[in-house]
Design a protein around this ligand. Structure first.
Ligand code: ADP
Ligand code: MG
Length: 619
């Protein structure tokens, strides 16, 4: 093309495309849902803009917020068109090739180890999946602020953008044309496309229409000559036509000389039901539907089911409907970017209109592993995002969402037969089998979030503490605070714990000698975050936490007082000998059995392990 401007793909993107093209991965279906998902995102964007400025929608067909799919069977071209926001020339250049998203290299790495493409959408590079099935792709796009452009690439390391002077004007939106590769011929089939849309794009909130062929039987005159005659007269005026028909009828009655022939016509066929799942009565939604809905929300099309969900309707001053999911696995970057970026996974709708999925005011940071959506009738529709972010109802919504989320997690534990104190010997039902070990799985994936919650959320600290799991000197596997308390000796007032790098290392600690001898149970906190955690978690169910390596450990011992008296001289001498800036005090200890002495941290000081953590962080 004369006016084409050429660009090179950014290196990571180029690598990704190479991998996709050469992929032997058999499930190439995903390209269609990625394109439909992008079309849906673009429609969401224009609908959102239209809330405050009706003009952006234009007029005529442009106002129809829909997705259209067409197939040219002979040329093997699939085209997917939306009336979304479209892309300017600059958008095309940046979004489709030159600026790599943060997930690009992470996804490339993942591809090389697992070879699983299913999560491509989660990494923000779903568009490139088109090259699984196409060897040449055109993206025609019209944005309100720019002319119509064509982006095209044969995935040979380069792409071109040209001002579009030859295609039909789109009005607004994007059309993606996939020129199918020979090996992907199976997609040049309407039934296949229909099946894919039904399977993967059920929960898209815009109509998806397919330009579908339809065989119709038509009666035509049996005589070839007559049909030609008919065509020849088709230019006649309507009055003459009527006359002709009359004549025809009369002739037909005499000798019925018609035959039936099949003819192919085309019309738009709606493929999805746009009724939002969250508006339905939870009792009427099946588990399978929730699972599928989760997959479409999370862009996760593996076979994994979400661990749990909660679908509810909040009434009162602030009305909203919400569905929350606990994903089967933690996303790849959940904790990596925890303190820098915070990306909530909740979609906010106001009266069925998608507003944003970057609304961080809905959930606290520590719950950002949850997926789901909120649709509120109380929030105003035609205000800016900034105004909405400050709306007072958000606080109420947030509070209720946290409550529901924590309830959902608590239930996950309660329903898990492995978690109960009194393990019943009842024959296990299938249902129980499925729930066995589910909380351990949850804890494995998201336990850290619960700990971060204890640090950040003072209001719900106790509820969150109930969800904690850890190992102890007596437990075989993980246990909870409630279970610990139920095993406490009657003479024991505090909850004992010790922090360190691993259970194995801690088991040898001299701090545990006396406690073990006296049969007290001690919690092992072995995660670096536990040190911080215990600075916030002071008590639980009226019991104080006592770090057994810190000052303050009181074990009932009648002899302590006596010993204190008789060794007064020694402790005094010792304290003076070690200059006062080396130790704070020297005391008779009741915590040892065999070891002659230990260094103990003062009550408010850093534990030895904390010192170690801090030291390694400053290096
Ligand atoms: P993601 O959808 O996760 O952002 P993709 O690789 O699927 O990643 O798409 C990249 C970007 O290209 C999108 O973020 C969007 O800006 C742009 N884009 C893709 N398809 C469309 C479309 N149909 N209309 C408008 N913009 C689009
Ligand atoms: Mg996408």
């Amino acid at each position: 093309r004369a006016n084409a401007e050429k660009f090179e793909f950014q290196a990571e993107v180029s690598r990704l495309m190479d991998i996709l093209i050469n992929s032997l991965y058999s499930n190439k279906d995903i390209f269609l849902r990625e394109l439909i998902s992008n079309a849906s995102d673009a429609l969401d964007k224009i609908r959102f803009l239209a809330l405050t400025d009706k003009e952006v929608l234009g007029e005529g067909d442009s106002t129809k917020l829909e997705i259209q799919i067409k197939l040219d069977k002979d040329k093997k071209i699939i085209s997917i068109r939306d009336r979304g926001v479209g892309m300017t020339k600059e958008d095309l250049r940046k979004n489709l090739g030159t600026i790599a998203k943060s997930g690009t290299s992470a996804f490339v790495e993942k591809m090389q180890t697992s070879g699983d493409l299913n999560l491509i959408g989660q990494f923000g590079v779903g568009f490139y999946s088109v090259y699984l099935v196409a060897d040449y792709v055109e993206v025609i796009s019209k944005h309100n602020d720019d002319k119509q452009y064509v982006w095209e690439s044969k995935a040979d390391g380069a792409f071109a953008i040209s001002e579009d002077t030859w295609n039909e004007p789109l009005g607004r939106g994007t059309e993606i044309r996939l020129h199918l590769r020979d090996e992907a011929g199976e997609y040049a089939d309407e039934y296949k496309l229909k099946e894919l849309v039904k399977k993967y794009s059920e929960f898209i909130n815009f109509p998806i229409n397919l330009w579908a062929s339809k065989e119709v039987e038509k009666e035509v005159p049996a005589d070839e000559d007559e049909s030609i005659d008919e065509e020849e007269t088709s230019e006649s005026t309507s009055e003459e036509e009527e006359e002709e028909e009359d004549v025809e009828k009369a002739e037909d009655e005499k000798k019925p000389k018609t035959k039936k022939v099949k003819e192919t016509t085309y019309e738009w066929e709606l493929l999805n039901d746009v009724k939002a799942i969250w508006l339905r009565n939870p009792k009427e939604v099946t588990d399978e539907e929730y699972t599928k809905f989760y997959h479409s929300l999370a862009k996760d099309f593996s076979d994994d089911k979400p661990m749990a969900w909660s679908h509810f309707n909040a009434e009162g001053d602030v009305e909203f409907k919400a569905v929350l999911f606990i994903p089967p696995k933690a996303p790849h970057d959940l904790y990596e970017s925890y303190y820098n970026t915070k990306q909530s996974n909740l979609k906010l709708y106001v009266r069925r209109v998608f507003i944003s999925d970057e609304f961080n005011e809905l959930l606290p940071k520590y719950l950002n592993f949850l997926m789901g959506l909120v649709d509120s009738d109380t929030l105003p529709l035609n205000v800016s995002r900034e105004m909405l972010q400050q709306h007072h109802s958000l606080k109420t919504i947030k509070k209720k969402l946290i409550r529901k989320a924590l309830d959902m997690i608590r239930k996950l534990a309660e329903e898990d037969p492995d978690e109960s104190n009194d393990k019943k010997d009842v024959e296990e039902s299938n249902d129980e089998n499925e729930k066995k070990g589910q909380y351990a799985k949850f804890w494995n994936e998201f336990g850290k979030s619960i700990k971060l919650g204890i640090i950040e959320d003072a209001t719900n600290r106790n509820r969150l503490a109930k969800l904690l799991r850890f190992e102890t000197t007596k437990s075989d596997g993980k246990t909870s605070l409630d279970q610990y308390i139920s095993r406490m000796k009657s003479s024991q007032k505090d909850i004992f714990y010790i922090t360190g790098a691993s259970k194995e290392q801690l088991e040898k600690s001299p701090f545990l000698e006396r406690l073990n001898k006296k049969d007290y149970e001690v919690i092992f906190f072995t995660d670096p975050v536990d040190e911080y955690l215990m600075q916030y978690l002071m008590d639980y169910e009226d019991k104080k936490f006592q770090n057994v390596s810190k000052e303050g450990l009181k074990l009932k011992d009648s002899k302590t007082k006596e010993l204190k008296e008789s060794f007064k001289g020694l402790t005094k001498w010792w304290k003076n000998t070690l200059a006062s800036d080396n130790v704070e005090d020297v005391k008779i200890s009741s915590r040892l059995a065999d070891t002659p002495c230990v260094v103990v941290t003062s009550k408010y000081g850093w534990s030895a392990y904390m010192e170690k953590i801090m030291h390694s962080q400053t290096l």
